[in-house]
Design a binder for this molecule. Structure first.
Ligand code: NAD
Length: 458
């Protein structure tokens, strides 16, 4: 059993802390946010993540985990300190390492015994070396402190499962001492461990994330071409998926990737390449394709309608993906302002994302447009003229094609997640536009009269 401190209680830090506690280690989670710490002590998770609260409550009751803002107490006699604070994108695309630097300084001023500092945050290659030097420079007590890299691969929405049953654990160390400590900490998880040097570990994280981003952008690029040549991206993806070299995951076309990782990690690696005099053309292409894809649905709708003024627009899904209340780089944040600028009267539904979204767009007037939040999809769709689907929540998938035609005034649906079959939507008299597939309009399958809508300019 190790005495572990975790800096930062976001998606990575809190889930790591709870998972270490679940495996029998003694954990103290540190955050600078007093409100968060108080609510975690009450068993409330600051983030929406399946199974997290249950494990927090169980391990708190067992005395395996505690939460504090007092970093000195937490770091002083820890065997290992995991850093899981944010590394957000800066204006130039590089990663902001100021939160890491603050924690490193706090560690240097606190530790009173030998300890391993483990960077879980996603950081540019070479950062661990700098963190180690930085800590040595400010170290107050005569103790051994080494830094190791242990990048995190969890996906939001399944973070607890992804951590407890990770496909692999990457550890990057520069000494046997550091490697042994991490091996022992992860031993109870019984997972495959890949042990490499620190810089390789840092690179594995970026290379993995950017590969996935590239895969998504590639499929979105092909989807856009499918529309032009009359192919169907879902059929194309299914055909591709049988090839084991390609794999069946991450082949879904849509309105681009969002979230706290892919957008910033692609830009950060592109920046690292530039700093090293190298042009990372593939990653740059993924970034460019994604930028265009984010507003693809809106562009389609603008081709179909002259204006959104006076139209009731149902927006289904606000978070960047299902299973999380995180809005970072969500498609909704890109498209809702465009719709509001065009005077849309938006009725937004999301099972968990409304509170966060309403901090950015409070209910009420926004220029020519208006935002109302509703608790049911039916309320969003009732008498609506247009519907946009931005997140494929189970609740949204449960809505049938007939529901759209029965509830909406004019059943015109723009689906950024390709949830429905084109045929079924068409048979239910819904005019259905999705990504990389034929539309009712294009193949004259519609048959719906949209007298009240301003139709295409063309
Ligand atoms: P987050 O923004 O959700 O959480 C960061 C937390 O750190 C916040 O609660 C903040 O209050 C706290 N914090 C800031 N300064 C602190 C300090 N000095 N001491 C203690 N706490 C402090 O971040 P996140 O999404 O968990 O991401 C953290 C890192 O992990 C990033 O580098 C990210 O790229 C990486 N990562 C994230 C994911 C993900 O899905 N979110 C997955 C893999 C890797």
């Amino acid at each position: 059993m190790y005495k572990i401190a975790v800096a930062g209680t976001g998606y990575v830090g809190l889930v790591a802390g709870v998972s270490f506690a679940e495996m029998g280690h003694q954990v103290t989670c540190v955050d600078i946010d007093e409100v968060k710490v108080e609510s975690m002590k009450q068993g409330k998770s600051p983030i929406y993540e399946k199974d997290l609260e249950g494990l927090m409550q169980k391990n708190y009751a067992l005395g395996h985990i505690d939460y504090t803002t007092n970093y000195l107490e937490a770091y002083r006699d820890a065997d290992a300190i995991f850093i899981g604070v944010g590394t957000p994108e800066q204006q130039d695309g590089s990663a902001n390492l100021s939160y890491i630097a603050t924690v490193a300084r706090q560690i240097a001023e606190s530790v009173e015994k030998d300890c391993l500092v483990v960077v879980k945050s996603t950081v540019p290659v070479g950062t661990n070396d700098k963190v180690e030097q930085f800590i040595q420079d400010f170290l107050i007590n005569d103790v051994r402190v080494e830094v190791a890299s242990n990048p995190e691969f969890l996906a939001q929405g399944s973070a607890v499962h992804d951590t407890l049953y990770a496909e692999r654990v990457i550890i990057g160390t520069e000494s046997k001492w550091a490697e042994n400590i991490l091996m022992e900490i992860y031993e109870p998880f019984n997972l495959p461990v890949v042990s490499v040097n620190r810089r390789s570990a840092e690179m594995i994280k970026y290379a993995s994330n950017d590969f996935l981003a590239l895969k998504i952008s590639y499929m979105n690029d092909i989807a856009n071409l499918c529309e032009l040549v009359g192919a169907d991206i879902q059929d194309v993806a299914r055909g591709m998926s049988f090839d084991e070299r390609i794999g069946s995951k991450f082949l879904n076309a849509g309105i681009g990737y969002g979230g706290s990782c892919f957008p910033k990690d692609t830009k950060a690696l592109d920046y690292i390449a530039q700093q090293n005099g190298y042009e990372l053309k593939t990653v740059r292409a993924a970034i460019d394709v994604n930028k265009n894809q984010k507003s693809m649905l809106y562009k389609k709708a603008r081709k179909r309608l002259i204006t959104f003024e006076g139209l009731k627009v149902a927006v289904l899904g606000l978070t960047f993906k299902p299973g999380t209340d995180d809005l970072r780089e969500a498609a909704s944040l890109e498209n809702v302002p465009l719709l509001l600028d065009q005077g849309a009267d938006i009725y937004a539904f999301d099972p968990v994302g409304k509170d966060n979204f309403s901090k950015v767009y409070p209910e009420g007037h926004h220029g020519k447009g208006y935002v109302t939040y509703v608790d049911s999809i039916e309320d969003a769709l009732k008498d609506a003229n247009v519907c946009f689907i931005f997140t494929e929540w189970g609740e949204v998938r449960a809505i049938t094609p007939e529901d759209y035609s029965n509830l909406m005034r004019t059943p015109l649906v723009f689906d950024g997640r390709n949830i429905y079959s084109v045929e079924k939507m068409t048979s239910a008299n819904v005019e259905y536009h999705s990504i990389g597939r034929r539309t009712a309009e294009r193949n004259n399958l519609g048959g719906v009269k949209f007298d009240e809508l301003q139709t295409s300019r063309s």
